[in-house]
Design a protein around this ligand. Structure first.
Ligand code: FE2
Length: 187
C-alpha cells in the first residue's frame, strides 16, 4: 500500500504539475519555442518570488513529463558539482528560479570537445540552448539551485551523446552514467 505523502510534498507536486500543464498547453500549437519561453518566464518569476525550492528530493533531477513534443524536468543542482558534457539534439529552455546555474558551452570539432566558454546565470532567468548545443551544467553557488528544464521533444528517447569529464570523446547518452559522472567543479 502506498504511504500518504506529507501535505507539503503533495502541494509541491501539484505546483509542479500545474506548471507542466501550462507548458504542455502551448507545446503543440504554433511557434512552440516562443510560446513556451513566455510561459516559462512567467513560471520562473513566480517560483522565484516564493523564495525557496518548490520541491526537493535526494536526486538532483526529477522527470515531470515526457512525450513526443515535450520533456520537463525539475532540476535542483547540488552545490559544487559539475555534470558531464552532453547534447540534447532539440531546443532546450532552462528557467532558473533559485540560485544559479553555470553552463560550460563546448564547441565541437569532429565529435571532440574544444575548450568551453563559461556562462554564469543567476535566477530569475530563462536560457535557450539551440539543438546543436553541447553543455555541461554546474552549481557554482553554495546552496541547491532550482530550475525547470524544458525540451521541445522526447528527451529520454533521443539518441544523443555524452562526453565524460575525463575524456573528450562522444559516447551514447546513458542517464545512469550521466548522473554517476558528476564531479567536483574543476573548470
Ligand atoms: Fe543539458
Amino acid at each position: 500500500m502506498e504511504r500518504p505523502r506529507p501535505a507539503s510534498t503533495t502541494t509541491a507536486r501539484a505546483t509542479l504539475q500545474a506548471a507542466t500543464d501550462a507548458i504542455l498547453a502551448v507545446a503543440k500549437g504554433p511557434d512552440p519555442l516562443e510560446r513556451i519561453r513566455a510561459v516559462l518566464r512567467d513560471i520562473t518569476d513566480r517560483f522565484h518570488a516564493l523564495g525557496a525550492l518548490v520541491h526537493e528530493e535526494d536526486d538532483d533531477e526529477v522527470l515531470l513529463h515526457a512525450s513526443e513534443h515535450l520533456t520537463v524536468y525539475h532540476i535542483t543542482l547540488s552545490p559544487g558539482l559539475q555534470y558531464p558534457a552532453h547534447n540534447h539534439l532539440m531546443d532546450a529552455l532552462i528557467g532558473i528560479y533559485r540560485g544559479g546555474e553555470t553552463n560550460f558551452m563546448y564547441p565541437v570539432a569532429a565529435n571532440r570537445l574544444l575548450a568551453p566558454q563559461r556562462h554564469d546565470v543567476v535566477a530569475p532567468a530563462v536560457v535557450h540552448l539551440p539543438s546543436d548545443a553541447v553543455h555541461s551544467v554546474a552549481n557554482t553557488g553554495s546552496t541547491r539551485s532550482g530550475a525547470l528544464h524544458v525540451y521541445l521533444g522526447d528527451l529520454p528517447r533521443a539518441r544523443r551523446q555524452l562526453w565524460s569529464l575525463q575524456t573528450d570523446r562522444a559516447e551514447p547518452f546513458d542517464n545512469d552514467r550521466y548522473l554517476a559522472g558528476a564531479r567536483p567543479i574543476q573548470e
